[in-house]
Design a protein around this ligand. Structure first.
Ligand SMILES: Cc1cc2nc3c(=O)[nH]c(=O)nc-3n(C[C@H](O)[C@H](O)[C@H](O)COP(=O)(O)O)c2cc1C
Length: 178
């Protein structure tokens, strides 16, 4: 099954995860940055992966979907968001984070993706732009009331989690429910 994996990634974790998915699927796969992504027409399976920033999917993935929506509607599709808070949380009567992050992408399609999920990424302070570092420090110290002097390195990247996700894709392609 010819597979296209489109990654909208700022710091590379979505791309690493895309590689793990491709490895487990075992199909002929093209992994590409969204800015170089080809028309999905010649592929049998299209996987759309994207980092989450300030509660939202990276906008480039939405641009790609909108540009190719007609073809994508006819394809078998999978989507995955990459972030730190994959579980979500409940504040003032509202659900935030987790699956809520990827809902707008799922909703973009009339013909829903065969599989979707939220996978763990990482924050590596040595890679951050000054602006992102400032935003994170504000988030940690103002919102979460921490007393950090620097952004901590946090990785929750988990190959086993990603392989389980890929195995679910294989199940769904075989017509299984889960
Ligand atoms: C400025 C900034 C904002 C972020 N906002 C969120 C967020 O709202 N929720 C979350 O769970 N993770 C958030 N993250 C963590 C990213 O989703 C995580 O680093 C992810 O692995 C990024 O994927 P990428 O490396 O493919 O770009 C944020 C990270 C940065 C640097």
């Amino acid at each position: 099954m010819k597979t296209l994996i489109v990654c909208s990634s700022k710091y590379g974790s979505t791309k690493v995860i895309a590689g793990w998915i491709a490895e487990r699927l075992g199909f002929e796969s093209l992994i590409t940055d969204v800015k170089d992504a080809p028309n999905p027409d010649e592929f049998d399976l299209v996987i759309l992966g994207f980092g989450i920033y300030e509660d939202r999917p990276m906008p480039e993935i939405l641009d790609y979907i909108d540009k190719h929506i007609k073809i994508l509607e006819e394809k078998k599709k999978v989507i995955f968001g990459v972030c730190l808070d994959t579980r979500g949380f409940f504040v003032k009567g509202k659900i935030h984070g987790g699956w809520e992050y990827i809902r707008p992408i799922i909703k973009r399609f009339k013909d829903s993706p065969i599989h979707a999920g939220v996978l763990h990424g990482e924050i590596n302070p040595s890679k951050l732009t000054t602006n992102d570092e400032k935003r994170l420090m504000l988030f940690y110290n103002k919102m979460l009331k921490r007393n950090y002097t620097a952004v901590p390195y946090r990785t929750k990247m988990n190959k086993e989690e990603v392989w389980t996700f890929a195995e679910r894709i294989l199940n769904k392609l075989e017509g299984k429910f889960y």
